[in-house]
Design a protein around this ligand. Structure first.
Ligand code: GAL
Length: 409
C-alpha cells in the first residue's frame, strides 16, 4: 500500500510540467495537531502540482512567529510565502515595497466577485493593488464547552455565558476547572474582546474598536465588561497552561468546563475524534450575541528577485483560493472558506453555525487586526496579560485601556 502511494506520487511528479516545478519555503505558525493536519492539505495540493513545499513552521503563537517573519523579510532573508492574519499586520512591509503585487492573479481569478465578505480582499488591497491571498475566515468569539465536565458536575451544558458563570461553582465542587485559559496576552485579549461583545454588545464594541470612541470606553457598558473579565479571571485562576491548544485539551479531556477561543480550536476536537453537539458544544458570541469576526489567515509573498520564483508565488496564490483547496483546508482547519461558491455540506455542527451567521449577512464584524494597528493591538494584549495574571482591579484596567484607545492609530 505504502509503495503504491509512493509510486503514484512519483508518477505525478514526472507527469507535471517541469517548467513549473518550484521549491518554495512557506512560513506559518500552525504547529498544533489540528493546525498541522490542515497545513498538510496545502502542502499536498502544492506538491500534487509537481512542486516542492519547504515547510517553515515556527513553533509558538502568532505573537512569536510574526516578529520572526517580519524581521526575515526586512533583513533580506525572505521566505517565498508566509501566513499572516487578515488586517494591518503587513501594512509597513507593503509600504516598503517588500511584498509581491498579486493584482494580476486576483484579476485573472476574479477575486473581486468571489471573495466573501469583500472586506477580506479590501484587507489585502493597498492603494488599489492586491498584496495577499485570503485563505480562510477564522472568528475569535467562541465558547467551547466540554459535555463530559458538565455531566461530572451534574449540571446542564450551558446555553450562554451567564449560565456558564452560574454553573462554575458546581464545576469547582466537582474538582474541575471552570475556565481553561492559556497564559498569553493574545489569548486573554480574545477572551476580553469576546466578553465585550457578549456583555456590552456589538455597537459598543464597534464604537471603541473601530471609531475609538473614548466616552464609550470609559462609560458604564465597558465598566460592566471589565468587571465581567475580573470575574472570569477568578474562574481561570487555576489554569496554568501556556499554549492555546493545551487549554483546549483541558476541555477535550473534560478537566475544564470551557474555553473562550477562536474557531481554530475545532481542529483539535477533530483530531481527538470528538463530535460537535455530542462531546462538545460551541457558542458563537458566548451564546449572547451571535457574531463572527472576519479574521483569519492570508498569504503574502515577499519580493524575491527571480522570475521563476515570482511565477511560482503567483501560482501558489491562485492555488490557495481555488475551490478544492478551500474545501480541503477549511474542513481540516475549522475555518470558513473565503468564497461562497464551494460545497461545505461536510462541515460539522459548529462550522454550520458559523456558515449560518456568514450567510445571514448579520453580525459580521471586522477583526481586531483590521481595526487596530499592530502597535495598538500589542499594547492591549500586554494590558490583558497583566490584568489576567495579577490582581489589577477592573477599574484600573479600564483606565489604562482608555489611555491606549485615546492614542490608538
Ligand atoms: C491565529 C490564526 C489561526 C490559528 C491561531 C492559533 O492567528 O489565524 O489560523 O491557527 O492563530 O495558532
Amino acid at each position: 500500500m505504502k509503495l503504491s502511494t509512493k509510486l503514484l506520487a512519483a508518477t505525478a511528479m514526472v507527469a507535471a510540467p517541469a517548467v513549473h516545478a518550484a521549491e518554495l519555503e512557506v512560513t506559518h505558525w500552525w504547529t498544533s495537531g489540528g493546525e498541522a493536519a490542515a497545513v498538510s492539505k496545502l502542502a499536498e495540493a502544492w506538491e500534487a502540482a509537481g512542486n516542492t513545499w519547504i515547510d517553515g513552521a515556527i513553533a509558538g503563537s502568532g505573537g512569536t512567529a510574526r516578529p520572526i517573519i517580519i524581521s526575515r523579510i526586512i533583513g533580506g532573508d525572505p521566505m517565498a510565502a508566509t501566513q499572516l492574519n487578515h488586517g494591518r499586520q503587513a501594512e509597513e512591509l507593503i509600504e516598503a515595497g517588500l511584498l509581491t503585487d498579486l493584482t494580476e492573479v486576483a484579476e485573472a481569478n476574479n477575486w473581486a466577485d468571489l471573495i466573501n465578505p469583500p472586506s477580506l480582499l479590501d484587507a489585502c488591497t493597498f492603494e488599489g493593488r492586491v498584496y495577499c491571498a485570503p485563505l480562510n475566515i477564522h472568528s475569535a468569539q467562541w465558547l467551547w464547552l466540554s459535555h463530559d465536565a458538565f455531566e461530572t458536575a451534574g449540571v446542564d451544558v450551558p446555553a450562554d455565558w451567564n449560565e456558564f458563570v452560574a454553573a462554575a461553582p458546581a464545576l469547582e465542587e466537582a474538582g474541575l476547572l471552570p475556565l481553561a485559559m492559556g497564559q498569553q496576552g493574545w489569548q486573554q485579549n480574545i477572551a476580553f474582546g469576546t466578553i465585550t461583545i457578549g456583555i456590552a454588545g456589538v455597537d459598543n464594541w464597534l464604537a471603541v474598536n473601530r471609531d475609538k470612541n473614548i466616552e464609550v470606553a470609559e462609560g458604564p457598558a465597558y465598566t460592566a465588561v471589565f468587571e465581567a473579565v475580573e470575574a472570569a479571571r477568578a474562574l481561570a485562576a487555576d489554569s496554568s497552561v501556556q499554549d492555546w491548544n493545551l487549554a483546549t485539551n483541558l476541555v477535550i479531556t473534560g478537566q475544564a468546563g470551557g474555553q473562550i477561543m477562536g474557531d481554530w480550536a475545532q481542529g483539535e476536537f477533530q483530531v481527538a475524534e470528538q463530535v460537535a453537539g455530542e462531546d462538545y458544544s460551541c457558542l458563537p458570541g458566548l451564546g449572547l450575541n451571535a457574531v463572527l469576526d472576519t479574521g483569519g489567515d492570508a498569504f503574502y509573498f515577499p519580493v524575491i528577485d527571480d522570475e521563476e520564483t515570482r511565477a511560482a508565488q503567483l501560482e501558489m496564490a491562485a492555488m490557495l483560493v481555488s475551490p478544492e483547496v478551500q474545501v480541503d483546508f477549511n474542513l481540516a482547519k475549522g475555518s470558513l472558506p473565503v468564497r461562497g461558491d464551494v460545497d461545505l455540506s461536510a462541515a460539522n455542527d459548529c462550522m454550520q453555525k458559523g456558515l449560518a451567521i456568514l450567510a445571514s449577512g448579520e453580525g459580521i464584524l471586522p477583526s481586531g487586526d483590521m481595526n487596530l494597528s499592530a502597535d495598538t493591538q500589542t499594547q492591549v494584549e500586554d494590558l490583558m496579560a497583566e490584568f489576567w495574571s495579577s490582581d489589577l482591579s477592573a477599574a484600573d484596567a479600564q483606565a489604562r485601556y482608555v489611555d491606549i484607545i485615546r492614542s490608538a492609530d
